[in-house]
Design a protein around this ligand. Structure first.
Ligand code: PSU
Ligand code: MN
Length: 301
């Protein structure tokens, strides 16, 4: 893969410094401006504070880009939603071949991060198996089954079927680690009913698991799930009510394919009077800090 590196990222990688990748779909399709820009800058700060380097990944005019500078971040953050395509693995050849710009989902980010030599990345939530649509399985899950990148996230939203999502991850051979929890976090809420197969009590344990995963060289990815910070979590009842309504509206409006997740996320913000946005921002910054701490700790042997 031909890659354009931002200078600080190239330097960090050349010096074996810890680098944490960040996705761009959360910027273009996950949140409105200026929240998307502000949270990205806060994530970059949280990563920098630990001594790691952040790299926002995207396709810019057909170039696979490892590290957006502030100007490009602003361009992506302010772009009209339909002017930048949301890219999972299947979308890359089209966007690159036609010289277009694309934001990367978890699956696209994992692909590009791996090509760039980065094996850790932080985001909010991953895609999964959609509720009521068990054949709508996010490409994120199969990507984790084939690409050795560890994704730090707040679990998956219960707009997804979490039980089926865990089943697919097991089939794909993907370790799912609960960071300080034995239940899969459900994004807006700190917990779900579903147990995770592996628990890391702290950064040291998570780093030990990451080191073992590197040494075992399993060839596939890993999920490290971190509960949303307590003070911004939604109650289960509030989250569930908004989710059920938003998913029903998506169905009623015949929203399909990769438009479902952005639509539902947007509606949940409205239905919770912005409280889901507060939670989303808090968990993104928290996850960036946790990923960076693990990145730093796991390269110390
Ligand atoms: N979940 C979120 N916010 C997001 C996404 C998921 O809470 O922005 C994005 C991520 O980029 C993820 C993608 O990879 O949506 C999954 O989309 P789909 O469900 O179409 O596979
Ligand atoms: Mn889907």
């Amino acid at each position: 893969m031909n890659l354009d590196y931002a200078a600080p990222v190239r330097e960090a990688l050349a010096n074996d410094q810890p680098v944490v990748a960040l996705e761009t779909t959360v910027i273009t399709h996950g949140m409105e401006y200026p929240h998307n820009r502000d949270v990205s800058l806060a994530m970059i700060d949280a990563i920098g504070e630990t001594g790691a380097c952040a790299a926002i990944l995207a396709i810019v005019d057909g170039r696979v880009t490892v590290g957006l500078d502030d100007e490009l971040l602003e361009t992506f953050a302010t772009a009209e939603r339909d002017s930048i395509a949301k890219c999972s693995r299947r979308d890359l050849p089209g966007i690159v071949g036609l010289g277009q710009s694309g934001s990367l989902t978890v699956s696209g980010t994992a692909m590009v991060a791996h090509a760039a030599g980065i094996d850790l990345f932080a985001t909010g939530g991953i895609g999964g198996v959609h509720r009521g649509h068990p054949f709508d399985v996010s490409a994120d899950l199969t990507e984790l089954g084939r690409t050795p990148v560890a994704v730090v996230c707040a679990g998956a939203k219960s707009i997804l079927d979490l039980e089926l999502t865990l089943e697919v991850l097991e089939t794909q051979g993907v370790p799912v680690v609960g960071f300080g929890t034995d239940k899969l976090p459900a994004f807006y809420t700190r917990s779900s009913d579903f147990a995770v197969p592996t628990v890391a009590r702290d950064v040291a344990e998570a780093a030990a698991i990451v080191r073992a995963w590197r040494e075992l060289d399993t060839g596939n990815g890993m999920l490290i799930t971190v509960p949303v910070p307590e003070d911004s979590a939604l109650s289960e009842a509030d989250a569930e009510a908004a989710i059920v309504k938003a998913v029903a509206e998506a169905d009623a409006n015949s929203i399909v394919g990769n438009a479902v997740t952005p639509y539902v996320l947007g509606r949940i913000v409205e239905l919770t009077d912005g409280r889901s946005l507060t939670a989303n921002k808090a968990l993104l910054v928290n996850n960036a800090g946790v990923a960076a701490a693990i990145a730093v700790e796991s390269i110390r042997s």
